[in-house]
Design a protein around this ligand. Sequence first.
Ligand code: MN3
Length: 199
Amino acid sequence: MAFELPALPYAYDSLGPYMSAETLEFHHDKHHNAYVVNGNNLLKDSGLEGKSLEDVVKESFGKNAGLFNNAAQHYNHLHFWKWMKKGGGGKSLPGKLQALIDSDLGGYDKFRADFMQAGATQFGSGWAWVSLKDGKLAISKTPNGENPLVHGGVPLLGVDVWEHSYYIDYRNARPKYLEAFVDNLINWDYVLELYEAAV
Ligand code: MN3
């Protein structure tokens, strides 16, 4: 199945001042598009052409680095756009998610601190995650395009900590970007939707 670049689910200028139109134009139109184009080229004759994106990611991991990097980044970004919305973030999350965060991650404040810490301490490019693993929510971080799918989990929330995600708006201040993402951008309804689909 060929990879396709989806349109953003909101206007380029709708996440300001936390994420600018310029960042979204570069990140979506250039970076994500490059993963789609390169991924499609590498998918040809890989033996994985007929598989779902999730299966391409899992089956290329550790075997076909070029295809894996591009397919995983396509997967990560497909969700990343939906993990944000105007007026998102903060503590106003669905009750069911709040209960899961309380029982599995030690409450909202501990989730917020641990998730931001995971993003801040990922050395170099990568992602910080909340995934569903062994029936519980878990926080983790991964390098480059790697994601919880290849570690036995289902990604429920991820934040891109590659410099291309924040350098235009925050320069080198990755913690400020993480704070803005958690407090003002997270689309908790989409996190719940992924959880409901996974259980
Ligand atoms: Mn990115």
